[in-house]
Design a protein around this ligand. Sequence first.
Ligand SMILES: Nc1ncnc2c1ncn2[C@@H]1O[C@H](COP(=O)(O)OP(=O)(O)OP(=O)(O)O)[C@@H](O)[C@H]1O
Ligand SMILES: [Mg+2]
Length: 248
Amino acid sequence: MTKNTITLELNQIHKGFKNTSGELKVLADISLTVQAGEIIALIGPSGCGKTTLLNIISGIAAPDRGTLRQSPSLRLAYVFQEPRLLPWKTVEGNIRFVQDNFLAAQEGKEVREKLLQKTGLLAYKDSYPAQLSGGMKQRLELVRALAIKPQLLLMDEPFKSLDLALKFDLQRLLLTEHEQEGFALLFTTHDPDEAVMLADRVVVLSDKPTQIHQEMVIGLTREKRTKTNPHIQENVERIIRVLLERHI
Ligand SMILES: Nc1ncnc2c1ncn2[C@@H]1O[C@H](COP(=O)(O)OP(=O)(O)OP(=O)(O)O)[C@@H](O)[C@H]1O
Ligand SMILES: [Mg+2]
C-alpha cells in the first residue's frame, strides 16, 4: 500500500457502557482517519476510552453508533495493554500461533527468526513466557505483532514501565521496522514526550464523554526530533496544557 491511501476511517463513533446508575458515556463522536504508513499517538486521561477505541478498531468491541471503514482485507495486529502471551506455548510457539493464519511456513520462519534475532530473544525461542523478564515479555509482544507483517499495528501503552535503555531500544526497533515495512501505527500513551518524538500526528482526547480535543501534526523528520528542539518542546507543552486544562 502506498502513502496517502486510507487504511482506516472512523466516522462519528459513539460507545457507552451500562452501569449501576444507567449508562456511562465513554466515546462521543470520534472521527479519525489513518493514512497508510502514518504514525498516530492517542493521548488522553485515564479512563477516557483509548483502549475501548482500539478494541472497536480491532473488532473486539462494537460501536453503539458510527461507522468504521477499513481498506479491504486489512491485516491488523494489536499489542494489548495487558500482556496476552499464551503461558503454555514457548516464545516461538506464541509467534507461530499468530503467523499460521497469515504467512506460509517458510516465510513465517524467516520473519520470526529475524525479529527474534533483532530483539535478542533468539536464544530464548524454546523458553516459556514465565521464564522471561517483564521487559523480555514486552519485546516478545512486539515481535509477535510485527511477525504477521501487519498493515495496521495497534499498540496500547507499549512502552510503559520499561527501563530507559530498553524503552529506547524498543522504540528504535519499532521505527526501523516501520521505515522498512511501512505499516500504519496507532498507539496510546500517557507520555507527551513519547507522543511527539514518535508520531506524525498526535490526537489529544478529552475526558468522558470523550471527543477529540486537539490534533497536532508534528511536521519534522524524525532525525530532527530532539528534546531540545524548540518545535518539539512547544508541542509537548501544548499537549500538557490541553491535558491539564481542567485542573487549573
Ligand atoms: N467492558 C466494560 N464494561 C463497563 N465499562 C467499561 C468496559 N470497558 C471499559 N469500561 C469503562 O469505560 C471507560 C474507558 O475505559 P478504557 O479502558 O477504554 O480507558 P483508557 O482510556 O484506556 O484508560 P487507561 O489510560 O487507564 O488505560 C472507563 O470508565 C471504564 O471503566
Ligand atoms: Mg487503556
